[in-house]
Design a protein around this ligand. Structure first.
Ligand SMILES: Nc1ncnc2c1ncn2[C@@H]1O[C@H](COP(=O)(O)OP(=O)(O)OP(=O)(O)O)[C@@H](O)[C@H]1O
Length: 290
């Protein structure tokens, strides 16, 4: 299973750029798509899901051009859009049955499949009450379940963890990790910690471009020797920030503890080199000028 994205471009009306010559090759497993607001994540995912057309470039799935032949992806796709809408009067069971009908899924195995999915997203106890009465996190879990209905080979989640509480996030990770043994799973987020523990690979986007791709460990390793911690008086914060990229800070009554990125340690006893994390790498890569 391989998704080959080649020179993908999306130019919206009035010259707005969604994607700029974006190329990447995606194999089985979980790819985390990270990027700040407006980086082009949703644009990319909509084009892969064949609900938006690029202005240039191609996507091949197992050698088939899905821009020319969208049906080749639609039948193997599960998709949770960012703005997933539900029918408030239907209950979760009815909604999943309806979505299955739209996707052409039926047969005597359907009832069992829906029950397994409802259990997987922890909605069995609430499956018979209207979705309109659900919390945001519960609606999101209905959206996750509908994406899994057809046992997809390509699974796309646009900001799936929005609205999920910590326990639900753990459950989501387990569900997706099981799916990923047999499928290409792409999930987007602008929250590094949501991606770090689950993704086999991470692709970092900015301004419609791919700026790095690799395992979380490989991307993080590039920051070795560049991340430091120190503490400074409050009055020096603005000056410090104008010189260094601060990736974390905690304000204390008489000083500020900072974590920051620099090419040198400046040999100061008050400065300590620390192990980098993916968050440091992400902030460094997305704030660097290209
Ligand atoms: N329908 C549209 N018309 C015009 N410009 C658009 C449209 N959709 C997206 N854009 C622009 O394309 C760029 C990429 O947007 P996109 O929504 O893909 O980013 P994103 O990484 O998903 O961001 P977010 O995390 O905020 O959803 C942005 O500059 C955005 O303003």
């Amino acid at each position: 299973m391989e998704l080959e994205i080649k020179n993908l471009t999306k130019q919206y009306n009035k010259g707005k750029i969604g994607l700029a010559d974006f190329s990447v090759s995606i194999g089985k497993g979980i790819l985390g798509l990270l990027g700040p607001n407006g980086a082009g994540k949703s644009t990319l995912l909509k084009i892969i899901a064949s609900i938006s057309k690029p202005t240039g470039g191609t996507i091949f799935v197992n050698g088939e051009n899905i821009i020319k032949n969208p049906n080749a992806i639609r039948k193997i796709l599960g998709y949770l859009p960012q703005d997933f809408g539900v029918y408030p009067n239907l209950n979760a069971y009815e909604f999943l049955t309806y979505m299955a009908a739209l996707k052409g899924i039926g047969g005597h195995g359907l009832k069992k499949r829906i029950e397994i999915l409802l259990d997987g997203v922890n909605l069995t106890a609430d499956a018979k009450r209207p979705i309109g009465s659900y919390s945001g996190g519960m609606k999101q879990r209905v959206g996750i379940a509908q994406a899994l209905l057809n046992d997809p080979k390509v699974l796309i989640f646009d900001e799936p963890t929005v609205g999920l509480d910590p326990e639900e996030r753990v459950r989501f990770r387990q569900l997706i990790s099981e799916m990923a043994n047999n499928a290409i799973v792409i999930l987007s987020s602008h929250i590094v910690s949501d991606i770090e523990t689950i993704a086999d690979e991470v692709a970092i986007m900015k301004n419609g471009m791919l700026i790095d791709k690799g395992s979380p460990a490989a991307i993080t390793k590039k920051m070795e020797g560049k991340v430091f911690e120190t503490s400074i008086p409050h009055a020096e914060l603005d000056g410090f920030r104008s010189k260094h990229l601060v990736t974390d800070m905690s304000k204390q009554p008489d000083h500020i503890n900072l974590r920051y990125i620099s090419d040198t340690s400046h040999g100061n006893a008050n400065i300590k080199g620390v192990n980098p994390g993916l968050e440091d790498a992400y902030l460094y890569l997305t704030q660097k000028q290209y």
